[in-house]
Design a protein around this ligand. Sequence first.
Ligand code: CP3
Length: 354
Amino acid sequence: MDENQKVLSRKPILDALDGKVPESIPIWLMRQAGRYLPEYRKIRKQKKSFLDLCYSPKLAAEITLQPIRRFGFDAAILFSDILVLPDALGQKVWFEEGVGPRLIPVSPRDQLNPAALDNLYNNDKLESVYDAIRIICKDLPASCTLIGFAGGPWTVATYMIEGGTSRGFEKIRHWSVADPTSFEKFMVVLIEATSLHLIGQIEAGVEAIQIFDSHSGILDEEGFEKWIVEPTQKIVAQVRNHFPKVPIIGFPRGAGTNLLSYINQVEVQGVGLDQYVSCKWAAENIQSVLTVQGNLDPIYLLSDIGTLNRKTRETLSHFGGNPYIFNLGHGVIKETDPKTVEFLVKAVRDFEMN
Ligand code: CP3
């Protein structure tokens, strides 16, 4: 078969991650389930706490499938959150309306105890996430790929140490440079927990996984190697040990030119690009090595249709002829009109390379 010959796909996302070019460009969107959808807001009201929603298998399954029914995306991403992991490890985590996630912060003095991992082996919270996956699998359309996920350990650690969303990330940056030995011990526990959680999701039925390292952009080159590349390599190795074939998408958001180091060292099948990466540069330097996913700025879903159409076609023209999954550079913004998403899906499906 010619290198980039188009294939008729049963599961276009899995084919793209296998280095093939499906007949029509596959599409899914980060945060495709969520507050911009009225059907999500309706279910959201049934639970006061966001984590309770994540731990309700039937509701989480229903929310995962809502955007599939409405838009026909090629992938469903499990409805959950990266912060279920610290919660399952025993840290206090809650979501405050209008504020976002809050956690009782972990400090270098009261490090995460490796014994916390014992919690994970027999944990009702994570079991309910796996139950949601088993329900979704029964209802998933044949061409749709179910993607599971976890946060990258660095990104999850930012929330655990800062106690929530942060501007300057001074606490974690200080700990990681002032006492890298104790910080590494902390990271080792998170690496292990993340690997276990991803393996649990695959055992329950997810067909691909994405590792969200949303805050990799706050590290310099040395920090990026130590706290993004090395931990992700270890997670990939553990997952591969159990499931050699399940494709992995890495998303080191904000990595910039460190993306080169990431794709050369971490054995992922696809890499998510944020909107700050030049499409021309990424097509030449990243897509020449592996499948890319991205990277339309989600803000264009709030602009007029003409601009959205122009920017979408521009992105597609850079990446469309080679192994590629259309996505945004970050999650759907909650003010987005679902009709605009419908337009976007059609624009991607109708696009033809000339
Ligand atoms: O549709 C999907 O993408 C699947 C579900 C999903 C959620 N969070 C649901 C969610 C996924 C993949 C995530 C990942 C996640 N969670 C990340 C990595 C991706 C990124 O956005 O950078 C991060 C950093 C988190 C942590 C988190 N969860 C924050 C910072 C917030 C508050 C900000 C916000 O948008 O409200 C959340 C809450 C959250 N996670 C919501 C949803 C649908 C909103 C909760 C609500 O309904 O009030």
